[in-house]
Design a protein around this ligand. Structure first.
Ligand code: FAD
Length: 466
């Protein structure tokens, strides 16, 4: 058993945890970071954001090459070497986790590998491959993240039933796969497997895919993917029976097939549950709710004054960039700065094809909250760049406060929507109004022009689209 005394321990080395640890070390605080994984980076780098984007890149190149046939250039049928695809994805992850290890070393942040549990409000016990370590700390930041939700009627121990981590392992390309859950993670993985050759069915309990986004935006996405995925909305899975020749899935609801359908694999992507209950936070006196969330104030402090919490386990949206900013706030508050986590907006992006991205209030939320708003949309059928790229299905939508004309939200569906969204986020944070955005000269021809043009439409300075 080894013992460590430190000013700060960070439990969990995901984007929240490593950002907090690095910021704390930069501010002169002696910091130890603990993670059950051998590499830093948490879910996001190891089995989340990054490997999924490496595979989505592969999928995009395959799809783009196929689409070129319509523009006069035909490539041969793609030959998929799954081992090489997997090594490409692993090399991307490896490059980034190695980079983090270097940054950690440079800052003298000590990394303890192992599973950590609190034993008091100033002590944590870690059990790792090198034995037990007791860490005594002045302050702690809990950044233990989340894990995929499992369902009681699904045989999760069958290797043909996978979650996002299993899907990223790329064991094979199943002939027919069911994506259970029409949210971002399920659709991104469905996009990858479809491009590699799988036939994909998607089942969603609600009446639209990506339920958090506005219906008019999602309608465009759904229309584009209707020939690519078999989507069953307002439908649920009630049973999955594992037989030798496949997984037999029974459905109920509006678009449910009458008989059970056989699949080679089922990807369960019905959400993530916070890991708050798994760190023995109660031993430190920290309150954890029945779902596993830990509540914090605007300075990321829990009900115990020297213990902070950040990232997926403090609440929605469960996104890496939210965790990073919360991590910075927690570290700065521990260093004595009077900082708060108080963003006006947190962007959400589905890196599907086409991408779906939104920030600030959605129209749905504006209605629910009684906000007086007006919206303006620019259809990409009128965008020179979208036409030249052969991808006119997109739309840019801006939401303005009716009284002040300030930008309060925006959504984009189309290629590169995620990259474009930053401008709308900045407009919201800076309190820009429609005129500010409309008068900003956007380069031509870019997809970004559509943000300026939607604002001009709102202003009334364009009445007819070209
Ligand atoms: P996590 O990244 O969850 O890390 C927590 C770490 O804590 C883990 O490494 C875990 O091993 C460790 N841990 C937990 N308990 C203990 C313990 N008791 N002892 C020791 N270690 C422990 N978000 C985006 O913003 N953009 C995306 O494109 C995106 N894509 C995603 C794709 C997939 C497939 C998945 C699954 C998620 C994706 N996310 C994405 C979500 C994103 O990964 C999370 O929001 C983010 O990782 C949360 O960061 P975190 O710091 O809260 O913790």
């Amino acid at each position: 058993m080894s013992e460590i005394k430190t000013q700060l321990v960070v439990l969990g080395a995901g984007p929240g945890g490593y950002s907090a640890a690095f910021r704390a070390a930069d501010l002169g605080i002696e910091t130890v970071i603990v993670d059950a994984r051998e590499t830093l980076g948490g879910v996001c780098l190891n089995v989340g954001c990054i490997p999924s984007k490496a595979l989505l890149h592969v999928a995009k190149v395959i799809d783009d090459a196929k689409e070129m046939a319509a523009h006069g250039v035909t490539f041969g049928e793609p030959k998929i070497d799954l081992d090489k695809v997997r090594s490409w994805k692993d090399s991307v992850v490896g490059q980034l986790t190695k980079g983090l290890a270097g940054m950690s070393k440079m800052r003298k942040v000590k990394h303890v590998q192992g599973y950590g549990k609190f034993t008091g409000s100033n002590t944590l016990e870690v059990e790792g491959k090198d034995g037990k370590t007791t860490i005594t700390f002045d302050n702690a930041i809990i950044a233990a993240g989340s894990e995929p939700v499992t369902l009681p009627f699904i045989p999760h121990d069958d290797p043909r039933v996978i979650d996002s981590t299993g899907a990223l392992e790329m064991q094979d390309v199943p002939e027919k796969m069911l994506v259970l859950g029409g949210g971002i993670i399920g659709l991104e993985m469905g996009t990858v497997y479809r491009a590699l050759g799988s036939q994909i069915d998607v089942v969603e309990f609600l009446d639209q895919l990506i339920p958090a986004a506005d219906k008019d935006v999602i309608k465009i996405y759904q229309k584009y993917v209707k020939d690519k995925f078999n989507v069953m909305l307002e439908t649920k899975v009630t049973a999955v029976e594992a037989k030798k020749d496949g997984l037999y899935v029974t459905f109920e609801g509006k678009q449910a097939p009458a008989e059970p359908v056989k699949y080679d694999k089922v990807l369960v992507a019905v959400g993530r549950r916070p890991n708050g209950a798994l760190v023995a936070a109660d031993k430190a006196g920290v309150n954890v709710d029945e779902r596993g969330f830990i509540s914090v104030d605007k300075q990321m402090r829990t009900n115990v004054s020297n213990i902070y919490a950040i990232g997926d386990l403090v609440g929605q949206p469960m996104l890496a960039h939210k965790a990073v900013h919360e991590g910075h706030v927690a570290a700065e508050v521990i260093a004595g700065k009077k900082h708060y986590f108080d963003p006006k907006c947190i962007p959400s992006v589905a890196y599907t094809d086409p991408e779906v991205a939104w920030v600030g209030v959605t129209e749905k939320e504006a209605k629910e909250q009684g906000i007086k708003y007006e919206s303006a949309t620019f259809p990409w059928a009128a965008s020179g760049r979208a036409i030249a790229s052969g991808r006119t299905e997109g739309m840019t939508k801006m939401i303005f406060d009716k009284d002040t004309n300030r930008v309060i939200g925006g959504a984009i569906v189309g290629i590169n929507a995620g990259e474009m969204l930053g401008e709308i986020g900045l407009a919201i944070e800076m309190g820009a109004d429609a005129e500010d955005v409309a008068l900003t000269i956007h380069a031509h021809p870019t997809l970004n022009e559509s943000i300026g043009l939607a604002s001009e439409i709102f202003e009334g300075s364009i009445t007819d689209l070209p």
